[in-house]
Write a protein that binds this ligand. Structure first.
Ligand SMILES: Cc1cc2nc3c(=O)[nH]c(=O)nc-3n(C[C@H](O)[C@H](O)[C@H](O)COP(=O)(O)OP(=O)(O)OC[C@H]3O[C@@H](n4cnc5c(N)ncnc54)[C@H](O)[C@@H]3O)c2cc1C
Length: 383
């Protein structure tokens, strides 16, 4: 597929229709229950696998469908419009495998990517630690070389889809005396590696259907063939990964916001007060117009960043950060306004907008808080 900055190609719009049909038919009906019960949306995973939307970014040479960056964003956006938690299935499969795509040997790619493409395994991404969130280079998890193996000790925090993923890309310090940022290496851990255990699922504000857990490593021995980056290249690969995947978080935010706007438009046309539909009041119309305006500018920014991700443009770090930051801030405002437009009905669980407001909040925090995005943008401006 080819695309430029200002239009989506016909194939992209056909893709949107196809994902929307799956999302409305098979994912939306389970979204409230996944949230209410903090349960992984297995129905969504099954529906996404059946239609090849679970990990669309994987290239055809690794048995994937080879969707470009914009197509992958459209898949995530349309799933998020129905269910934020479910959109983390394609999003985190990309996040977990992107370090391999960018930094691993051909053998490692061939070993893992086809299994994900076939829908037989999911991948998580382990960068953050309790004491190393925004300051990733201060991580303490270590891997010590022992012959042809590495022995990993430490922990990772807030890992999305932990417990449902089979594989984990984990960044660990391999040279404690080495230069900060150049002393980290990426490895693939397996769910059944001896010494690898998980913490209890976190109890969260939103995206409750996507499990978030700690990872613990107690003398986990892994062969060197499971190294996912050059020795000392792990943090650079992890951060380059985020340049690409922040665009997908922007897409998730756009999708959640679109879901809330659609629900608000439908409601204000039906709801009557003072003898007419509340949609007839200019105060309500101005709110809707502002919501749609913010949403569309966020979408355009995400799509422009997706084009840059696909081409590997030099200014992708700026655009990835800007897209994620702008779209997540817009999603927070739009979902909050959607709750407002539904009045009391917006505040209760009979309608989806309160869930969408809670789900939107995380997009301002993960893959780097929006303060960190502004640091990334400023760094590119000032260099
Ligand atoms: C639900 C969920 C899922 C997640 N999934 C994953 C995952 O799959 N993999 C993974 O590796 N991580 C994951 N994370 C971790 C997430 O990326 C971090 O929480 C995030 O990067 C922030 O780190 P922190 O929580 O330690 O906040 P801190 O770094 O402690 O920040 C606290 C506050 O200080 C601000 N701050 C920090 N430094 C600066 C600065 N220099 N200038 C200005 N402000 C600053 C921050 O913006 C924030 O407001 C997840 C988190 C959550 C909650």
């Amino acid at each position: 597929m080819s695309f430029d900055l200002f239009t989506t190609a016909e194939e992209h719009e056909e893709l949107r229709d196809a994902v929307r049909a799956v999302a409305e038919d098979k994912i939306a009906p389970h979204a409230a229950a996944a949230d209410e019960n903090s349960a992984f949306p297995q129905e969504a995973y099954d529906a996404l696998r059946a239609t090849d939307f679970h990990a669309p970014h994987i290239a055809e040479e690794y048995e994937g469908v080879g969707a470009d960056a914009l197509a992958t964003c459209i898949v995530i956006e349309e799933v998020a419009r129905a269910c934020g938690s479910s959109s983390l299935i394609p999003a985190v499969n990309k996040l977990g495998t992107m370090p391999l795509i960018l930094g691993a040997s051909e053998e490692v790619k061939r070993r893992y990517l086809p299994e994900v493409a076939r829908g037989e395994a999911m991948f998580s991404y382990g960068l953050s630690e309790r004491e190393a969130g925004s300051d990733t280079a201060s991580m303490r998890t270590q891997a010590v070389r022992d012959g042809d193996s590495w022995v990993v000790n430490g922990q990772k925090s807030w890992i999305t889809n932990a417990g449902v993923s089979k594989y984990y890309t984990v960044m660990a310090v391999t040279d404690p005396e080495g230069k900060r940022g150049s002393n980290v290496t990426a490895f693939v851990l397996h769910e059944d590696d001896p010494g690898f255990t998980l913490g209890e699922p976190e109890r969260k504000l939103g995206i409750k259907g996507s499990p978030t857990r700690e990872l613990f490593f107690d003398d986990v021995r892994i062969p060197d063939e499971r190294r996912a980056s050059g020795v000392g290249e792990g943090l650079k690969i992890a951060l380059r990964t985020l340049d690409h995947t922040r665009v997908t978080i922007g897409a998730q935010a756009v999708g959640i916001a679109q879901g809330a706007l659609d629900a608000a438009v439908a409601y204000v046309k039906e709801r009557k007060q003072f003898g007419k539909a509340v949609a007839e009041f200019q105060g309500v119309q101005f709110m809707l117009a502002d919501m749609a305006m913010k949403l569309e500018s966020a979408r355009q920014m995400v799509y422009a960043a997706a084009a840059k991700s696909e081409r590997g443009d030099a200014d992708l770090p700026f655009f990835g950060a800007a897209a994620k930051c702008q779209a997540s801030d817009a999603a927070m405002e739009i979902t909050t306004d959607a709750v407002q437009l539904l009045g009391g009905a917006g505040y209760v669980k009979d309608f989806p907008v309160e869930r969408m407001m809670r789900d939107a909040k995380i997009t301002q925090i993960y893959e780097g808080t929006n303060q960190i995005q502004r640091m990334v943008m400023a760094r590119q401006l000032l260099k």
